[in-house]
Design a protein around this ligand. Structure first.
Ligand code: C2O
Ligand code: CU
Length: 481
């Protein structure tokens, strides 16, 4: 333990000295972080909690003048944070005023396929879509974004995205005062051209947009005034293609408490958190009173095959968010030693192989809205063996479920996950439990969350059916012995 503390101290000292000395070209983080408003709600006559969302066009100041044309939800850029509790029945009225067809998907949510907001739940412009479901999963940091097949990257990049926080009554005592010690950190990179979002097709080619500006909650060069002993940062990588290796430089400690789908069993002291597009992490950061720490994204680790230049967008350290702690910090709860009970996803009955065969194909096939790729039996557990047979990094997201990564690489992979990074040549094994029946006409999606790849067809569809129902033939299922 002492060695660990010493190592931490050295890491911190190194990080700190680089923070002090490495000022060449560093961005001054001097714009107060915008906090997306909490979405208002009301209780409908049937007892459902009702939210109103309107997707619309607007203009926003993203650091290149006030007239940047953007999209947003109930505002000019991004959308409000939806907050609801396990057990709530929610109904979300989604009005589309964008002038074009879109969809709105609840990423990470366990819900019936017809409510999922994938490419089959189109919302024509001028129309309303009103999905309703009962939240039946633990506390988590989820998010929402469009999922129009072929245009997801563009719709998210223009600005349609927001956070969806699930609370769990009776959960552990953690910082949870929204905007005070519980902070959404939605990280996105953008490329600008003449004061506008650069939409040139070349940017959306290959792995997708790797922009020169990094925004948090739509704020350029942001800082957060830290007023409590600890702050809980809900990190969301809502970028199209860029991955981040987050570190906190300064007199600060970082405890990882949650992953995509909820809390870890216990907190882990960490020195970095790597997130590929779509992934989330909850961290508790303690910044020494009267000091400023910096959340930044570091270049690839030497010897680690994690990020290629192409994928990370270069070797630069990116300044993400200043954390300015006031002199007199108000008390706030530290992470308790136990955060969540171990999950039991059951014994796997089936092993299923999925191979990413190119930047637009899984198992050699490109996405077809009319084809069901995989058929799963409701109430069963499977192992999904996902192989990246390409020379490029990808990641892999499954709708409706929170899987467990077998052979996790570090604490970030040990919690509930819906999206996993896969190095070139790597195979990940995912333990997945399927609990929602779907009718075969309304599938769920699985896909690469590099949005340009998803749009080009690195996506497939699955249905979850009753035992014995005719399954579409799938040669890649193997009964477990
Ligand atoms: Cu975040 Cu299928 O998406
Ligand atoms: Cu990909």
């Amino acid at each position: 333990i002492l060695a660990g503390i010493a190592a931490m101290a050295i890491v911190m000292a190194m990080a700190w000295s680089s923070a002090v000395t490495d000022t060449s070209g560093a961005v001054a983080l001097d714009t107060e972080l915008r906090i997306p408003p909490l979405a208002g709600s009301r209780i409908g006559p049937d007892g459902a909690r009702v939210f109103d969302l309107e997707m619309r066009a607007g203009t926003a100041d993203l650091g290149h003048g006030p007239q940047t044309r953007t999209w947003g939800v109930n505002g000019d850029y991004l959308g409000p944070t939806i907050r609801a509790a396990r057990g709530d029945t929610v109904r979300i009225n989604v009005d589309n005023e964008l002038g074009e067809t879109s969809t709105l998907h609840w990423h990470g949510m366990h819900l019936p396929a017809a409510m999922d907001g994938g490419p089959h739940q189109l919302i024509e412009t001028g129309q309303r879509w009103a999905p309703e479901w009962t939240i039946a999963q633990p506390a988590a940091t989820l998010w929402y974004h469009p999922h129009l097949h072929g245009a997801t990257a563009e719709h998210v990049y223009r600005g349609i995205a927001g956070m969806f926080i699930v609370d769990e009554p009776g959960g552990p005592d953690l910082p949870s005062e929204y905007g005070v010690d519980d902070i959404p950190v939605i990280v996105q990179d953008k490329q600008f051209r003449d004061g506008q979002l650069d939409m040139s097709p070349a940017l959306f080619a290959e792995a997708g947009v790797l922009g020169g500006d990094v925004l948090v909650n739509g704020t350029p060069a942001p800082y957060l005034e830290v007023t409590t002993e600890r702050v809980r940062l809900r990190l969301l990588n809502a970028s199209s293609a860029r991955s981040y290796r987050f570190v906190v430089a300064g007199t600060a400690t970082v405890d990882l408490i949650g992953t995509d789908g909820g809390l870890l069993e216990r907190p882990h002291r960490v020195d970095h958190v790597q997130l590929s597009p779509g992934e989330r992490a909850e961290i508790i950061v303690e910044v020494a009173a009267g000091t400023t720490a910096v959340l930044r994204s570091e270049p690839p680790e030497l010897g680690l095959n994690f990020w290629t230049d192409r994928f990370s967008g270069g070797d630069d350290t990116l300044e993400i968010l200043g954390l300015r702690a006031v002199d007199n910090l108000a008390p706030s709860p530290g992470p308790p030693p136990v955060l969540a009970a171990p999950r039991d996803l059951g014994e796997p009955a089936t092993r299923r192989e999925l191979t990413i065969t190119s930047s637009s194909t899984i198992n050699g096939r490109t996405m077809d809205m009319e084809r069901i790729d995989e058929t799963v039996t409701v109430g069963t557990t499977e192992i999904w063996e996902v192989r990246n047979a390409t020379g490029d990094p990808h990641n892999f997201h499954i709708h409706d479920v929170q899987f467990q990564i077998l052979d996790p690489e570090g604490p970030l992979q040990s919690g509930p996950k819906d999206t996993v990074y896969i190095r070139p040549g790597q195979v990940v094994r995912l333990l997945v439990r399927f609990e929602h029946y779907t009718d075969p006409a309304t599938p769920y999606m699985f896909h690469c969350h590099l949005l340009a790849h998803e749009d080009r067809g690195l996506m497939g569809q699955f249905v979850v059916v009753e035992p014995g129902a005719t399954a579409t033939e799938s040669s890649r299922e193997h009964p477990m012995r």
